[in-house]
Write a protein that binds this ligand. Sequence first.
Ligand code: HPA
Ligand code: ZN
Length: 360
Amino acid sequence: MTAPTPAPTPAQLAAIPAERLPALLQAMPKAELHLHIEGSLEPERIFALAQRNGVSLPYASVEALRAAYAFTDLQSFLDIYYAGASVLLTEQDFHDMAWDYLLKAQADHVVHVEMFFDPQTHTARGVPFEVVVRGLKSACDRAERELGVSAALIMCFLRHLSEDEALQTLDEALPFRELFIGVGLDSSERGHPPEKFARVFARCRDLGLHLVAHAGEEGPPAYIESALDVLRVERIDHGVRCLEDAALVARLAREGVPLTVCPLSNVKLCVFPDLAQHNLPALLAAGLKVTVNSDDPAYFGGYVNQNYLAIFAALPLGAAAAYTLARNSLEASFVSEARKAEWVEGLNRVFRGFAQASAS
Ligand code: HPA
Ligand code: ZN
């Protein structure tokens, strides 16, 4: 047996020139941990599904729909996102949507994805939970077999709805407990603090589900704290507003809480005016376990590699940051330590390969 490839040394990372960064960012194996599968529905797929299912859309064409993607905040996006999801009716629809995404993930060298889905968006329209989860899971299983991409599901509760509705959704989901690995919390953040969902998250914890929540995207740092203390989540989705609270930053660093940051989303939803003013370098400098993700790639202008490419183009980030971000994504995933070690070794090989090519 050959010895595992060790991590690249600081000198090797420093030797990789800036012009090699785009190729490196593309080639490096990575995990995507913040991806709403309904947010991967491209306008072309929305129109095709509308036609297949006889659903009428309030937009005349693909171009007209795409032109509506000018958001001023989270809510202005969510209104269009829920309208887009209304074309999804059958198990095949959910499978096709997830498969479209998984093909793109493979092309981006995503080795593992933990995919959010919003069952309440669909059950409210009369689509059974089983149709949603079986369609998505069959695409995940197919990706493992045919693409070599590992994929798992995280069920999100919509925070603008009540906790009783979330508890009811959990009851509907329980017969399919083996088809998803965890639960999350998404939708309109302001006015809907994590503690509103204390009971349902406690139940999910007892069921052995992994726990995550969106917090500190538009909401204050206090929402990050209550997601950790009340919901007891293992990762924070977004979390970029943590920098407003130095004690919270120190805690996140000390406890190694992963943040699933989504740069293009943050700009599209006006969390930052542009990428050059994104706080990702400051988050990294504070020692936080930052990852890069696409959130809703069909709406925000790019899949995960485009997020990496854009933020590295806009900010002074080099190969060392690329290594840290990719490694964080693999380590923050909900897979076995053995699986993580295997992927990290693959990451080490890619970086050492780039370093050697740069040296010669
Ligand atoms: N934030 C909150 N809820 C969401 C998002 C988001 O970025 N995308 C889909 N649902
Ligand atoms: Zn999100």
